[in-house]
Design a protein around this ligand. Sequence first.
Ligand code: PMP
Length: 615
Amino acid sequence: FQFKLSKLQKEHPDKIIAGGYLEARALYLAPEYDSWGNQGRQSRTIHLGVDYWLPALTPVHAILDGEVVVATDNAGDKQYGGLVILKHTVENIEFYSLYGHLNVASALQNRVGDIIAKGQQIALLGAYPENGNWATHLHFQLMLSMLDYKNDFAGVAFHHKIQVWKSLCPDPNLLFKTEVSSDITEASKAELLTYRKQHLGKGMSLQYAEPLKIVRGHQQYLIDEHGRKYLDTVNNVAHVGHEHPDVVKAGQDQMALLNTNTRYLNEKINYFAQELLATFPKALSVVHFVNSGSEANELALRMAKTVTDQKNIIASQVGYHGNTNATIEVSSYKFDGKGGLGKPESTSIFPLPDAFRGKHRGESAAENYAQEVKSCVDAIRAKGEGVAGLILEPILSCGGQIELPQGFLKKAYQHIRQAGGVCISDEVQTGCGRMGKTFWGFELHDVTPDIVTIGKPLGNGHPVAAVVCTQEIANKFANGMEYFNTFGGNPVSSVIGTEVLKVIKRESLQDNALQVGEYLKVGLIKLQTAYPIIADVRGQGFFLGLELLDSQMLPMAAECDYIINRMKAHSILMSSDGPEHNVLKIKPPMVFSHSDADELLACLEKVLQEDFLKV
Ligand code: PMP
């Protein structure tokens, strides 16, 4: 908003640009604007005055005859700095005018009780930082009462109290009758929805019965058009925090310099490859850059098929690996679901390796599930065919945050390799330190895959993804057919990916996932003992799941949905998954803190006590 207004001021130097009355501003992000209320954390974001974008030391004059009631230095970050408030009486109506962000010395030349004439200069506009660390502007506001304020007055209010504040603080533009910038308009939710329904892909879904309009991201928060800050526990794409300034800056700088395909030598792609490969065991030392998780898996599957000269892929029940043709064909989550065409001939599916509620449970679950993989291998061979490979996530996300039983993966890989197949670890959701204990999910299982696919977190929202493989596979795959990718590994994507990897290290985010993830898991297990609908708490680091079951071990999907919607009412975004939609997923940006975990636990406990969830 500040940016838009100051741009308008530059474009129209002859006009005074003002605006902002009752505007929701996502820029009030400091915790000072947060407090705890009936619905959990609430943030003050509604601007009660009008801002005038003028240079420092511009003289400020009284709007009407009045008496000084406040002349102070309202010092501190995001405060007013120099502040003067005048009291006016017009036709027996008393009201107040507030002038904020003033030059402190000039504001302090006024004395409480001074009588000021209309048009009299009362102060000069303050410069950064004495104006409360803002870009230079005048905050002008009207009030019908000082309430209990003595030396200050709120300039920003809670969105849910907007009607109260509107009745106390009238629109200052009524007095000025100046041209106010009104050309900053936003489409309404209804307009967005109507257009979307008609003109955007019809299979696209929207979260929540009352969809959210999100206009800004910041660290672990998403912010709606009312400036309401939602704590985001869903977004493992905004890995190092929404719109991390270092990642944004890296991308902006490189966009201004060069963006081209990979047919020229350039350091940026090499640096990126080096940074990425440094996180892998030595055997995995070649990278192909692509643009999405689906494309990464598509390429990995093509590699597996090319190097083995076989077409049969083994995958898990309820696995999801992407939206392209080949990835849908190995995604039981899709082809077994609504609109799916069923399992293709060349795909073999083994049962979801869920030791808690799956086909095999208890101590021998790992062995039994590995045996299921072996059965797939045997069935392929019985047809006189061979195995191209296995594709699997280290924790099955769409399957409902299913942790693989310890020992299963090692045995499964053995069966695949004995049959000549290659092992693909899909780390699109789990990678880049999210597991806490390890940087990659496969490392939890003491195996080294032949191919690893990486997506979501790598670009912090920018579409960059990668396929990492062994030299042997890379050599065999380069069979004469050129591998060309217009966008994959371009300099902009490369610097963004490099910066993401650096931020993970610089801000010790893997360790944060371990510490805070563990703290959160302990808190969730405590809730489990008090609220039996939480049947299982599982996962690693910042990749957790809560399975909701009734006393008969039957899934509680409606309750899961209820919790998600009630948590939204407490400004916390959550999501569900699992074939029966009864698993609450927690996979926040990696900057999620101990106090965020406390907020999540407190609100979740409050919601769990509601009648709908009583069993
Ligand atoms: N693999 C897994 C495990 C995923 O969860 C996803 C996306 N949810 C994909 C692949 C596909 O990634 P993308 O949406 O970036 O194409």
